[in-house]
Design a protein around this ligand. Structure first.
Ligand code: UDP
Length: 243
């Protein structure tokens, strides 16, 4: 499994299949691992928020979730050419669970959304979902208990960022049976069909962000961060050249 430094972060540089293979090995070995997604928005946020920065560095695996990371890798002489999106990886983990007799707990999103996601995932991958909890439950003890009692080895957390990363970093030690914790953002909304993925043509042209921005103009602020990110990459590239 290849790891590459991008702007100071250790990012998974293998393709998704190789990474899944690694996760299956981790499951078998019984090691607990966290998988956080990294993208331009989070890297820029981390510059302003030390807590976010620390959390990104604490993750066991950072997946390149967004073409901005591919762009940075190219500019900085790295080899990452493909993204691994949180949505795709989460589905693959459910498939992997089905094939290898593991089970998955879904934590996050609104009750009807997480319920819808559970139904859709069960339709696709069989009885792999061991339990679920919506993301608006205030009692963390209750959540931890539900996860532990479910016996799930894989936990998908959909609270948005950085809330989900904070939650996982804080409580991973209390979830002994859980071996893989993945932060999945708005993925349950996608699984449940509450938010449609961009049409194929947008995905093919790598313009999924543009589609989402048109549908949800409040995302414009996030895309402003993309400009800051490009400036960071250019600066790092200049430094590289001098060195
Ligand atoms: N959410 C939640 N609890 C909260 C805040 C948010 O469960 O206290 C859920 C929200 O319902 C949505 C997801 O977290 O399903 C956030 O999705 P978003 O697309 O904003 O996440 P991103 O990946 O962009 O951070």
């Amino acid at each position: 499994m290849k790891i590459e430094k991008v702007l100071g972060y250790d990012v998974v540089a293998s393709d998704k299949e190789a990474f899944l293979h690694q996760l299956l090995e981790d499951l078998r070995a019984g090691d607990q691992k966290t998988v956080f997604a990294i993208n331009p928005e989070k890297i820029v946020t981390a510059e302003e928020n030390l807590l976010v920065k620390e959390m990104l560095h604490e993750a066991d695996y950072l997946i390149p979730d967004g073409n901005g990371i591919v762009y940075a890798s190219k500019k900085l002489g790295g080899g990452i050419r493909q993204t691994i999106t949180g949505v795709d990886l989460a589905q693959d983990l459910c498939r992997l669970a089905g094939e290898n007799h593991y089970s998955v707990f879904l934590y996050g999103a609104k009750e009807e959304v997480v319920k819808g996601a559970e139904e859709k995932l069960k339709e696709k991958y069989g009885p792999v979902i061991a339990g679920r909890m919506n993301g608006y439950e205030k009692d963390d003890e209750k959540i931890i208990q539900a996860i532990n009692q479910s016996g799930a080895q894989i936990l998908l957390v959909a609270l948005g960022s950085p809330k989900q990363e904070v939650w996982m970093s804080r409580y991973r030690g209390r979830l002994e049976g859980v071996k893989i914790l993945q932060g999945v953002g708005g993925s349950f909304d996608v699984f449940a069909g509450a938010v449609a993925r961009a049409p194929k043509i947008f995905r093919k042209l790598r313009l999924e962000w543009l589609y989402r921005m048109i549908r949800q103009p409040s995302r414009i602020k996030r895309n402003v961060k993309l400009l800051d990110f490009m400036a960071m990459v250019r600066q790092a590239a200049r430094k590289n050249k001098k060195a």
